[in-house]
Design a protein around this ligand. Structure first.
Ligand SMILES: [Fe+2]
Ligand SMILES: [Fe+2]
Length: 470
């Protein structure tokens, strides 16, 4: 079904055919816009060159135009329904997927949707002030694109809450606008979404590592037996690809510029030449990677095992897996601290599904590190390498919480950790240096000196296109 843009809430779910639901969502809409006004981008603009979804099909789903930010058409877009779709895993494997929520899974499904939904507006709040220091109009436009789409992902989850979870769903939809990132009284649900995103290096690391966690979580919900959730997540993943692109190419460009400055001045100490030194990039990477690993939860979880067996949440690329999709007899190996060392233990695969998802995520993160090192190579910088820290480094959740592990994977005592911390995580001086580089560049085609220009513009537009107008 194509998207109906004549409605107050653009949608492809025939909202007009359900007056009660339509009215409920139309009464949530002004509260969303108020939230956007208060917690969305702080930089005033006239219009922004944005893409808007116009269809959910494979080809030509997006339309690009200049849009006033508050007039962006947030709406409800689900991927096409497959009438033959069947449950791919768990005890209901092979049965038709559900179009309604089974009573016994109501609470669990609602919780999964709320936790996912809570991350979407959180990132908009975290990135609220970044526009004030954008390194170019191209980057500013990408920031706003990510922001409006995260706002739309909130809509996606709120639609499910309103349409399928009755009174308690509507209450949860309200609460999604009341919690705020970093708030003392009512913070966002997950830790990484209460961290600040104070500068653009953090933003690129966030979109690389934390948005990528989102991609993997959505991937498990896309497998859900609850079909509306599956279809919602499938379309969200399509939008999410651009967020990954912003992160990957953002870090590319920082590394590229750093490498250029190192060659040009024949020194590693490029801070005084207006660049971000490689060790600082590594520390930001260490931080964002480790807090993103926390988002996968504990390595083992009986809740998640139950979600899997009952069909609520699958594995990453469930249907491409060559096993029985039930996992009652499968085992897997995980690492965890054992006294002074890190040891491997064998566990039932079913209880280690968070670990399974995290493993897929880590493999994906490695591809970024490989490409950034290739950029260093291409500039003849061979003595330095970027690397993902050990999975136990700086963890607050799971088997490694409360245990001190170096980036290299050595278990150390509290004193050694305290002594190493400034070398492993962004230190006050690193943050102050990065902050000192954050000066806005709003002239079309111009770019801040601490990162390389992008390879091409957006949607075939030239680099000096006026992506944002004031
Ligand atoms: Fe999102
Ligand atoms: Fe995202």
């Amino acid at each position: 079904m194509s998207i109906d843009y004549t409605e107050r809430i653009p949608n492809n779910v025939d909202l007009a055919g359900d007056r009660r639901l339509q009215r409920a969502l139309e009464s949530w809409q002004p509260r969303f816009l108020q939230w956007w006004g208060e917690m969305g981008p702080a930089l005033p603009t006239q219009d922004v060159y944005l893409r808007t979804a116009v269809d959910v099909g494979r080809a030509g789903w997006a339309h690009f135009d200049r849009v006033r930010l508050p007039d962006y058409r947030w709406g409800i877009f689900l991927a096409e329904r497959d009438p033959d779709r069947r449950i791919a895993f768990g005890q209901h494997q092979g049965e038709p997927v559900w179009q309604q929520v089974p009573g016994e899974h109501r609470a669990s499904l609602q919780r999964l949707i709320v936790v996912q939904g809570d991350t979407e507006p959180a990132s908009v709040e975290q990135q609220r002030r970044l526009g004030l220091t954008a390194p170019s109009l191209y980057d500013l436009r990408n920031l706003f694109q990510v922001n409006v789409e995260e706002g739309r992902h909130l809509w996606a989850m709120v639609y499910l809450l309103h349409a399928y979870f009755g009174r308690s769903g509507r209450d949860e939809a309200e609460a999604l606008l009341l919690r705020n990132s970093g708030s003392e009284d009512s913070p966002r649900i997950l830790g990484a979404f209460n961290e600040e995103t104070p500068d653009w290096l953090s933003f690129f690391m966030f979109t690389y590592f934390t948005d990528r966690d989102g991609k993997y979580q959505l991937g498990t919900l896309k497998e859900s037996a609850f079909d509306p959730l599956s279809r919602t997540c499938e379309f969200m993943l399509k939008e999410e690809a651009h967020h990954m692109f912003v992160g990957t190419t953002g870090v590319d460009r920082v590394v590229e510029r750093t490498a250029q400055l190192m060659r040009e001045h024949d020194t590693d100490d490029i801070a005084r030449h207006g660049g971000i030194p490689l060790p600082v990039i590594q520390k930001y990477l260490n931080f964002h990677y480790s807090v993103s690993l926390d988002l996968f939860g504990g390595e083992t979880s009986t809740n998640v095992a139950n979600y899997y067996s009952s069909g609520l949440k699958g594995r990453w690329q469930e249907e491409r897996r060559g096993d029985d999709h039930v996992l009652t007899s499968a085992v897997t190996t995980i690492e965890r601290p054992g006294g002074e060392r890190i040891v491997s233990v064998e566990l039932p695969a079913l209880t280690a599904l968070n670990h399974d998802l995290r493993t897929a995520y880590i493999g994906d993160c490695e591809t970024g590190v490989t490409r950034w090192n290739r950029i260093l190579d291409s500039h003849g910088i061979t003595g330095h390498r970027l690397a993902l820290p050990h999975v136990g480094f700086n963890r607050k959740v799971g088997a490694f919480a409360g245990c001190h592990v170096t980036p290299g994977g050595r278990v150390v005592d509290a004193a050694t950790w305290a002594a190493g911390r400034l070398a492993w995580l962004p230190a006050p001086a690193d943050k102050a240096h990065v902050e000192s580089l954050m000066r806005p560049v709003y002239e079309p085609g111009k770019i801040a000196a601490w990162l390389a220009p992008p390879r091409s513009g957006i949607n075939g537009q030239p680099l000096d296109y006026e992506y944002v107008r004031f």
